[in-house]
Design a protein around this ligand. Structure first.
Ligand SMILES: Nc1ncnc2c1ncn2[C@@H]1O[C@H](COP(=O)(O)OP(=O)(O)O)[C@@H](O)[C@H]1O
Ligand SMILES: [Mg+2]
Length: 226
C-alpha cells in the first residue's frame, strides 16, 4: 500500500519579479515501511520536496494522496491534524526550544494531543530512554552535544507515533561518529516498521535505505533500488 503518492507536484517561489521553479512536475509513490533517501546538489529542491510531503508547505500545483485519500484540497487545520498525528519531522539544525529541558521539548507536542500530564511524561521519558538519553532529561539543548540534541529531536518526532518520518539532512551538522549513531537509530525505527524519507549528501548513508532518489534542478532524474 502507498502511504503517500504525489503526482506532478510543482512549486514556484515568487521573488519580486522573478519566479523560482523549485520543483517541476515531481511524482513519487512511497510505500508503507519503505526507507528512501533523497540526494541532490544544494538548491535542487530536496527541502522543498520534503516540506511539501511533510505538509509544512503547499505545492503551486499537483495532487497529493495520503493513505489513498486526496489531501491537497484540505484547509490548514485539516492538514495540521494529519501532520501532527501521522508525520514526524527531523531537521539538520535540530530546532529544539533552547529555554526548555530535553524532557519538555519532547513533551510539548504531546500537550496538544490531549493525553494526561502523567501519561505525557511517561511517553517522553520512555522515548528519551529509547534514543539513549536516560540521565540527560533535565539538560537544556546548550548543555547537550550535537548528537544528543538530534536524539532529543528524534524522540520529539516520535511522540505521536507517526507513520512516516521525514528527515532533512539529520546528520549534516554532526561528525561521522555521531552521524553513524543517529543513522543506527533510523535503521532501528525502520526495522520497527516506520516509513522513512531522508535527505542526505552522504553516499554512505544511502546504504541504510532501500531506494535512492536523485533530484536535479527540481526534477527527479533517477531512482535506484538497492
Ligand atoms: N522560501 C523560499 N523562497 C524563495 N526561494 C526559495 C525558498 N526556499 C527555497 N527556495 C529556492 O528553491 C530552490 C530549491 O531550494 P531547496 O528546496 O531548499 O533545495 P535543497 O534543499 O536541495 O538545497 C533553490 O533555488 C532555493 O533558492
Ligand atoms: Mg535543503
Amino acid at each position: 500500500m502507498n502511504i503517500i503518492e504525489i503526482k506532478n507536484i510543482s512549486k514556484i517561489y515568487k521573488m519580486g519579479k522573478v519566479d523560482i521553479d523549485a520543483l517541476k512536475n515531481v511524482s513519487l509513490q512511497i510505500k508503507m515501511g519503505e526507507f528512501i533517501t533523497i540526494m541532490g546538489h544544494s538548491g535542487s529542491g530536496k527541502s522543498t520536496l520534503l516540506n511539501i510531503i511533510g505538509l509544512l508547505d503547499r505545492p503551486t500545483s499537483g495532487t497529493y494522496y495520503f493513505e489513498d485519500a486526496r489531501i491537497d484540497n484540505l484547509n490548514e487545520d485539516e492538514l495540521a491534524t494529519i501532520r501532527n498525528k501521522k508525520i514526524g519531522f527531523i531537521f539538520q539544525t535540530f530546532n529544539l526550544l533552547p529555554q526548555y529541558s530535553a524532557l519538555f521539548n519532547v513533551e510539548l507536542p504531546l500537550v496538544y494531543s490531549g493525553c494526561s500530564p502523567k501519561r505525557c511524561r511517561e511517553i517522553a521519558l520512555s522515548l528519551l530512554k529509547e534514543v539513549g538519553l536516560s540521565g540527560r532529561e533535565r539538560h537544556k539543548p546548550n548543555e547537550l552535544s550535537g548528537g544528543e540534541q538530534q536524539r532529543v529531536a528524534i524522540a520529539r518526532a516520535l511522540v505521536n507515533d507517526p507513520m512516516i518520518i521525514l528527515a532533512d539532512e539529520p546528520t549534516g551538522n554532526l561528525d561521522t561518529k555521531c552521524g553513524n549513531e543517529i543513522m543506527e537509530i533510523f535503521a532501528l525505527l525502520h526495522q520497527e516498521g516506520k516509513t522513512i524519507l531522508l535527505v542526505t549528501h552522504n553516499e554512505h548513508i544511502t546504504s541504510f535505505s532501500q531506494r535512492i532518489i536523485y533530484l536535479q534542478d527540481g526534477k527527479i532524474i533517477e531512482g535506484k533500488n538497492l
